[in-house]
Design a protein around this ligand. Structure first.
Ligand code: SF4
Length: 926
């Protein structure tokens, strides 16, 4: 590409930019010659523009001749979709080295072309020159020509070194390659009087698919799509169309003008955005094709679509009316999006005119009215200034400005290359309305704008106003809970694909959080074996559980002997510091008097005097894992440990102990996170039960016949000295009450520890406990949590684009269900349906009208149409049948590693959960 060629493209007479105001003469507008300014971060280069225009040819290979920067940093980033071939998605580059720069890259280029043809057999290869290969003078034309002849495959040079200019120029360079090497090289099977080409429409997010059916309906045939969702072949015969329709872009205007010169095809410039533009586009095409019957069909279609559209848009128009928007995009889109937004009742307060022609500017002026701001220059600061000045509710711009909006904590919608939703045509306007509605009304904004309670406290202390921190902490953790979730018990006689695990399993899990302890199932051996297998598969650890091994004789005569033998055998072989003993369905049905049995065993065996045997009644037929876990914790905190010590319990000085009751919703990794947070405040956490170092997955030195870590007997003996109890999980509330009754310890229940607002309260409470202890008048927050809070805010902003508006179905135990559903609700997701295992008071407070106490079959019935299912690994098959992704949570998770260390609570854990879920949706989008 020579200098005069480039100058010709820059002076493209078809481009409105080059029409000098008023005098009708042509000149070069700054927009077209635009070069990046040193010291600024500017838009893409000419290579970027060329690939935007050509990569959407889906069956062709696109080979970038240059060092890794050009292709390595850009391949796979385009939002163009394909209905068939996917070759365009493969990133090809010659990745030239220092040697190639010295000796020339032509040989390597030739070999690269051969390799691609040999392996992928594309119908054509586009070869892009970039800065370095243009600079060293590689003869692209010659290499492409020889390769074309040698391999009988079109190899098309695209002269697009970045240094020649902007993205716009690159678009035109791509158009030149199509004109010189592709268009006119083949003939269509047949032609019709209604054949048109669409030029400059790249099928971003599938936009073409919203308008092609309209053309088909009225009998217009799109002969060549240049280039969205195009095949190489269809572009070859573009010269046989009767009309070129340039879509929303002046960038390929050189193609329109030159095809008119070469083939006599007239061109018109149209937009697919908004009702008015779509109507105008259809009418103009029909009028240009000059067929009155076609014009009538178009009128009929417009009338039909208008009625449908008004109906579909009515609810959105109501919700969007009066919202204020700043638009920052280029060219034709500036005014066509204004008109679409105004169709929806949105007030556009400002827009960019940086890349607009005089004609565009006139339209913008007319649409914005006298108070509208037309921004001639644009950078982040200017944009933020205009947003603030116009009190805008929303920024609509290209992806580059996304983070400008988010840092300003205002909703953002991507309108350019990387957008994920199609906005063109009539259906596109409905999609646009939905997106505006979703981003404007997602509940995250209140969260990310609010300052944390400790900041309020600090501010109000400075201004000498009272700030009642106790009142702040009392406030319900979900401000708008209606407490009216309807709890429906599944009435099926048969449970199909059970969701629930047994209460004894839950009790065993709780006892595994006590150090040097063995959970002892009082039942027959199968219950223990199944529970052990489930826990081993979940944690991938040896699980020390034991059974009283009831048999047919003891089932009739009573289980006392078996309990005694089991305890004595455990003491002899495993030497536990504590035993957690709990019943099963069999022994409860039999009616063993466990307190009596334990008393008589103790009377007979003084060697057990120092051994706490903590007993919980957990029949399998009552409740689920969460209930058994909670009952075991109640037994743990009810036990008087002073009776199991022959020596006096030492008093500690400066006691700053806080009891943490860690519910079954917490994984070992969660517990570790909570312990770390509490410790970082200078408090001493006494966690019950502490799964964090018993089931967190670490290699021990010896084979363990008791639990590897957890709450020690010595620390349980200090239970009375805690200053406060924090119960995590509603099911821990009862245990907190027991501690209050026994020792007078005040408590607070946190039904969950995920989410920004909830974590803020947790952090504030810890700061207050320290403050009370020191009798100070300030809330000191460790810097790490101020930072983590900001990280979570950022994660909320980043992930809401993917999570908000998604329909989620959840099947989990009550506490975990509550935690997960509220967090997703706060992110703007729609909780489509939920299933749980057993009844619990917290179920009344779910962010949904109805919860089913049921099984995975119930989940399968109600999950149809959801975007995501959240449940344990047993949900894998149903998710597969429904073609819905599964996020694994709860027990058991046997097909994923790391369940012991996974952390989904605290600021960090919440962030992890949001990223996990958002990444699933990102995968789906791609
Ligand atoms: S400016 Fe040059 S080197 Fe950089 S990406 Fe564009 S073509 Fe490649």
């Amino acid at each position: 590409m020579t200098k005069p060629n480039i100058a010709e493209l820059l002076n493209e007479p078809g481009c409105e930019h080059n029409h000098k105001k008023g005098n009708g003469k042509h000149g070069t507008n700054k927009v077209c010659t635009q070069q990046a300014q040193p010291g600024t971060a500017q838009g893409g280069c000419a290579f970027d523009g060329a690939s935007i225009a050509l990569v959407p040819i889906t069956d062709a290979a696109h080979l970038v001749h240059g060092p890794i920067a050009c292709a390595g940093n850009s391949w796979g980033s385009r939002g163009s979709l394909s209905s068939d071939a996917l070759t365009y998605k493969i990133g090809f580059t010659t990745d030239i080295s220092e040697n190639d720069i010295i000796f020339g890259g032509e040989k390597k280029l030739f070999k690269a072309i051969a390799q691609i043809i040999d392996r992928y057999q594309p119908p054509a290869i586009f070869v892009y020159s970039t800065c370095v290969t243009a600079l060293i003078g590689d003869d692209l034309d010659a290499v492409c020509k020889i390769a074309s002849q040698r391999y009988s495959t079109p190899v098309i040079p695209v002269h697009s070194p970045g240094f020649v200019g902007s993205k716009n120029l690159g678009n035109r360079l791509a158009g030149e390659s199509l004109l010189d090497y592709v268009i006119g090289t083949a003939e269509p099977e047949y032609t019709t009087p209604y054949d048109i080409n669409l030029i400059g429409e790249y099928n971003i997010a599938g936009e073409l698919w919203g308008v092609l059916p309209l053309f088909e309906k009225v009998g217009i045939r799109v002969l060549s799509k240049i280039t969205g969702d195009a095949t190489y072949q269809e572009i070859c015969y573009a010269h046989r169309a009767k009309l070129n329709v340039m879509i929303c872009s002046k960038a390929l205007i050189n193609m329109g003008r030159k095809m008119e010169e070469r083939y006599g095809i007239p061109y018109i410039e149209e937009s697919f955005y908004g009702v008015a533009d779509m109507n105008r586009c259809l009418r103009n095409i029909a009028q240009k094709l000059g067929d009155s019957a076609l014009q009538q069909r178009v009128e009929d279609l417009i009338a039909e679509e208008t009625v449908k559209l008004d109906l579909a848009l009515a609810p959105y128009r109501q919700r969007l009316k009066g919202k204020r928007m700043v638009l920052y995009t280029g060219g034709v889109k500036s005014w066509s999006i204004i008109s679409a937004a105004q169709d929806l009742g949105i007030e556009v307060t400002a827009t960019s005119t940086k890349k607009s022609t005089e004609e565009d500017k006139a339209k913008i002026k007319e649409l914005l009215g006298k108070d509208g701001i037309a921004m001639a220059k644009g950078n982040a600061q200017e944009l933020l200034r205009v947003i603030a000045k116009t009190n805008a509710d929303l920024l609509v711009a290209g992806g580059r400005n996304q983070y400008t909006a988010l840092k300003a904590k205002i909703p953002f919608l991507d309108i350019n290359q990387e957008r994920h939703k199609p906005y063109s045509g009539y259906v596109g306007l409905i999609e646009m309305a939905k997106e505006f509605d979703r981003v404007l009304h997602t509940p995250i904004w209140q969260q990310v704008r609010e300052s944390p309670p400790w900041k309020e406290y600090q501010m109000q202390t400075q201004t000498k106003k009272g700030f009642d921190i106790d009142e702040c902490l009392k406030v319900n953790l979900n401000n708008n809970i209606l407490k009216n979730t309807n709890i429906v018990k599944s009435k099926k006689p048969a449970t199909v694909n059970p969701l629930k695990q047994s209460a004894p399993l839950g009790a065993s899990l709780a006892f595994l959080g006590l150090k040097n302890t063995v959970p002892l199932f009082h039942g027959s051996q199968g219950c223990t074996a199944f529970a052990k297998v489930l826990l081993v598969r979940h944690f991938r650890e040896a699980i020390p559980v034991a059974t009283t091994a009831m048999n047919n004789v003891s089932t009739i005569l009573g289980g006392e002997d078996h309990v005694e033998q089991a305890i004595l055998a455990l003491v002899e072989k495993a030497k536990p510091e504590m035993i957690g003993l709990f019943t099963t369905g069999l022994t409860e049905t039999r009616g063993d008097d466990m307190h009596g049995i334990l008393k008589s065993i103790r009377d007979r065996h003084s060697e057990l005097d120092d051994l706490p045997i903590i007993f919980a009644s957990t029949p399998d037929y009552k409740g689920g894992l969460q209930d058994g876990f909670a009952l075991a914790v109640q037994s743990i905190v009810s036990t008087d440990y002073s009776q199991f010590s022959s020596s006096p319990i030492p008093e500690e000085e400066n006691f700053n102990q806080v009891t943490i009751l860690a519910g079954s919703l917490l994984s070992p990794g969660d517990v570790a996170e909570i312990k770390e947070i509490v410790t970082n405040f200078g408090l001493k956490p006494l966690v019950i039960p502490d799964l964090s170092n018993s089931l967190d997955g670490h290699l021990g030195d010896d084979y363990q016949t008791t639990s590897a870590g957890g709450t020690t007997k010595a620390s349980l003996q200090q239970l009375a000295r805690s200053n406060f109890t924090i119960a995590i999980g509603e099911s821990m509330g009862e245990s907190a009450k027991i501690l209050q009754q026994k020792y007078g310890t005040n408590y607070q229940v946190f039904p969950r520890l995920t989410g920004l607002g909830v974590m803020d309260k947790f952090i504030t409470l810890l700061a207050k406990l320290v403050n009370d202890q020191n009798q100070a008048n300030s809330l000191e927050i460790p810097a790490i949590y101020e930072h983590q809070r900001r990280q979570l805010q950022d994660a909320i902003l980043d992930s809401h684009f993917y999570v908000s508006g998604k329909k989620v179905c959840i099947a989990l135990e009550p506490d975990l269900l509550y935690q997960t559903s509220w967090l997703l609700k706060e992110m703007g997701a729609e909780i489509q349906a939920v299933v749980t295992t057993t009844n619990a008071p917290i179920l009344k407070e779910l962010p949904i009208n109805e919860v089913i106490i049921g099984d995975l079959e119930d989940l399968e019935d109600i999950a149809k149409g959801a975007d995501l299912i959240i449940t344990n690994s047993q949900g894998k098959d149903l998710a597969h049948r429904l073609h819905i992704p599964l996020y694994r949570l709860g027990y058991p998770i046997y097909d994923r590693l790391g369940n012991g260390s996974r952390c989904l609570v605290g600021y960090r854990g919440t962030m992890q959960f949001l990223f996990d879920v958002a990444n699933i949706f990102i995968d789906l989008d791609h």
